[in-house]
Write a protein that binds this ligand. Structure first.
Ligand SMILES: [Zn+2]
Ligand SMILES: [Zn+2]
Length: 233
């Protein structure tokens, strides 16, 4: 899945009573092997209801970025967008093989705990670098493994699901307009995955795979193409 490398990927969320064990298990895997499951993460989604997004500021989340996203997502999706109290990222999600990167797979589990009956999707935002393991369709690690086992990404979202995460770490730019376009694009892209959208082959559609480059975002429109919009209806 494309924006992995840049945008996102997915894995499977256990039932709530299995979640603590799963997180522990995943954390152990991280410590032992520095890897995660990059198969599409699927989470249980309850029956469709009015969209209600919550933003969860995680470690080193920038307040201006959070406020910008609240406004932009509210006007784009025409729904309520709340800002939740900030939370630190659990230190056990940290991998130090390539500097400091936090497991996006573990973060999806963590963030999903902040969903409530009224909130449909929770988007975590962090200034820390995040990673996943890039895999081929058959589940094997993409080669060369030293490059793809701890692969830094911009964002990650369950497809479908209730949680997604955005890291501003690789999206920074001296030009604020470019930075904000990137932030908004990744946020809508990951929420699109939560709503069940796969990557899209339409050039410049916001669901286009990241192709491991931030330029894909810079050149794209911060909007779903008509085909993707139809799928959301
Ligand atoms: Zn994606
Ligand atoms: Zn599309």
């Amino acid at each position: 899945m494309g924006y992995f490398s840049s945008f996102c990927v997915i894995n499977t969320i256990a039932k709530p009573n299995q979640m603590r064990f799963s997180i522990l298990f995943i954390s152990c895997l991280l410590i032992l092997a520095g890897c995660t499951n990059s198969h599409p993460v699927k989470q249980e989604v309850s029956k469709p209801k009015a969209l209600h997004i919550a933003l969860l500021p995680l470690s080193k989340a920038d307040t201006n970025t959070i406020n910008f996203l609240q406004q932009e997502l509210h006007s784009y999706f025409k729904c309520q967008v709340d800002i939740l109290p900030p939370q630190p990222i659990p230190p056990v999600y940290l991998n130090k093989e390539k500097g400091e990167r936090y497991s996006a797979d573990s973060l999806l589990h963590f963030i999903s705990r902040y969903k409530t009956d009224s909130i449909t999707n929770v988007l975590g935002i962090t200034g820390k670098d995040i990673f996943t393991t890039m895999r081929e369709q058959d589940g094997t690690v993409k080669q060369p493994a030293h490059k793809y086992v701890v692969w830094g990404i911009f964002g990650y979202g369950a497809q479908p699901g209730v949680s997604c995460v955005l890291s501003t770490y690789r999206l920074r730019h001296a030009d604020t307009a470019i930075y904000l376009h990137r932030i908004k694009s990744v946020a809508i892209h990951e929420l699109g995955h939560n709503m069940g959208l796969p990557h899209c082959n339409t050039l410049h559609c916001i669901m286009e795979a990241g192709k491991e480059k931030v330029s894909t975002i810079d050149e794209g429109a911060a909007d779903f193409c008509n085909d993707c919009k139809k799928k959301l209806e």
